[in-house]
Design a protein around this ligand. Structure first.
Ligand code: HQG
Length: 181
């Protein structure tokens, strides 16, 4: 697979494992897992064939580690980013002092009044580092970095989860915990 084919296959996996498992004739269990063999068969049936080796390559090299195998290697899931109703069963975690959220300047007025909302996703996504976070914001327009007072928010009773690929997840971020640039 060349890099472009790998990206295309990875996007198809995101679609199947996060949003529309039926596209590859699959169902996900309550924690988002599906059987690797069934996934390979389903992808072939959906005319997006992929080998076990290619799948392994995508899981290993995906820049954001979007997918993970179960410890025995028989099942696979997306680590976060779902729109289908599942419970990833992450344990609550104590966040670092501050976290970051990348967004676009055009959303700022709304965020200043409503805080950060999860929109179409299951959680608001926060990050411990700034570079990737600016890239996330740039997907929506002129990027801007918001600083989230995570410890203060945690102390106020908000629950933080951390996905296997290091994304911090919260239900929402009230305005008072956001520092605007
Ligand atoms: C914004 C990608 C107006 C929010 C990335 C964001 C990330 C508001 C957009 C992951 C708002 C939602 C998540 C409010 C939030 N008013 N706009 N009150 N509250 N927003 O794509 O964080 O490629 O759902 O700032 O790398 O951009 O999927 O979330 O701009 O990790 O693996 O509404 O998606 O990862 O956009 O991205 P998204 P996001 P993957």
């Amino acid at each position: 697979m060349n890099p472009a084919q790998t990206t295309r296959a990875s996007k198809f996996l995101s679609l199947v494992l996060r949003h529309q498992p039926e596209t590859a004739f699959l169902t996900l269990d309550s924690a988002g897992w599906t059987c690797v063999e069934e996934l390979l068969r389903g992808c072939a049936k959906a005319r997006r064939p992929i080998t076990r080796e290619q799948l392994q390559h995508i899981v290993d090299t995906n820049a954001k580690k979007r997918f993970e195998f179960s410890p025995d290697g028989t099942r696979i899931r997306a680590c976060q980013g779902h729109s289908v109703e599942i419970d990833l069963a992450y344990e609550p975690q104590v966040p670092p002092n501050v976290l970051y959220h990348g967004t676009a300047t055009r959303f700022l007025d709304s965020i200043r009044t409503q805080g950060l909302l999860k929109m179409q996703r299951h959680h608001v996504h926060l990050s411990g580092e700034t570079k990737m976070t600016m890239d996330v914001g740039a997907r929506h327009g002129k990027p801007v970095l918001l600083t989230i007072l995570a410890t203060a928010m945690h102390d106020a009773g908000h629950t933080f989860y951390r996905s296997t690929n290091g994304v911090w997840l919260v239900e929402q971020v009230p305005v008072k915990f956001i520092r605007f640039p």
